[in-house]
Write a protein that binds this ligand. Structure first.
Ligand SMILES: C[S@@+](CC[C@H](N)C(=O)[O-])C[C@H]1O[C@@H](n2cnc3c(N)ncnc32)[C@H](O)[C@@H]1O
Length: 216
């Protein structure tokens, strides 16, 4: 039986998972951020971990440009895992791991990676756990490995938050209650403190930001 964090998340319900997947393609400007992310994955990348993979969207994009990549898709939501399994059913180079990343990553089971990617997932963690997870990611990376987090970040003003919500068809009443949004500057500081190099926000549009760093 997999370990479970303190509370069962709404992400583990079919309704919430499907509601997200229905609007996933409509998130404005998302594909621009994904393109910048894909450009930063070194061509010699062999193993990639996708944290909070959902239906495997980001890992599938990585594999489009590099089909021989061995992928590990990690999520804790059964409905999402079902969809990721379907997507990668014919790809023997992808394994699916069920794990709640509010708990330490199963480092031995996962192995090492040339790239760890994540899209719109880590912001569901508490801030202290975000920082711990970034450290665990650093430890999983091979030298010259890259961490790419296309993330939902905190707006500097409430007005900008409302503007972002409006573009996504959400309101303060309907926005995801499991969000723990944090400004991107703090997260970049953490990546630097942990030992990542060439840390920067490589792309940003309102609350969507691509936070990246490389392992020396
Ligand atoms: C907004 S969806 C993003 C899915 C996918 N990465 C994408 O870009 O479409 C957030 C994903 O993070 C997963 N997630 C949230 N909290 C998690 C946790 N504690 N452990 C593992 N996965 C988690 C959810 O189940 C969901 O699949």
């Amino acid at each position: 039986m997999e370990k479970q964090g303190a509370t069962k998340s709404e992400w583990q319900t079919i309704e919430h998972a499907l509601a997200y997947l229905a609007r996933a393609d409509k998130l404005p400007h998302r594909t621009e951020g994904e393109k910048v992310l894909l450009d930063q994955i070194p061509p010699n990348t062999k193993r990639v971990l996708d944290l909070g993979t959902g239906d495997g969207r980001l890992l599938a994009l990585v594999k489009l440009s590099n089909p021989s990549v061995e992928g590990v898709a990690l999520d804790f939501s059964d409905p999402m895992i079902e969809r990721a399994k379907k997507r990668f059913a014919n790809d023997k180079h992808v394994s699916i791991v069920k794990h709640d990343f509010s708990l330490p990553l199963p480092a031995k089971q996962l192995g090492c990676f040339d790239a760890v990617v994540s899209s719109l997932a880590i912001h569901h963690l508490t801030h202290p756990r975000k920082k711990q997870l970034y450290t665990e990611i650093f430890n999983l990376l091979n030298p010259q490995g890259v961490f790419c987090n296309l993330e939902h970040v905190f707006s500097p003003t409430q007005n900008l938050h409302l503007k972002f919500l409006a573009t996504t068809g959400l309101t303060p009443e309907t926005e995801d209650r499991s969000n723990e949004l944090l400004n991107f500057e703090t997260q970049l500081q953490w990546l630097n403190q942990i030992g990542f190099i060439d840390v920067d926000c490589y792309w940003k549009w309102l609350e969507l930001a691509l936070l990246m760093g490389f392992k020396p």
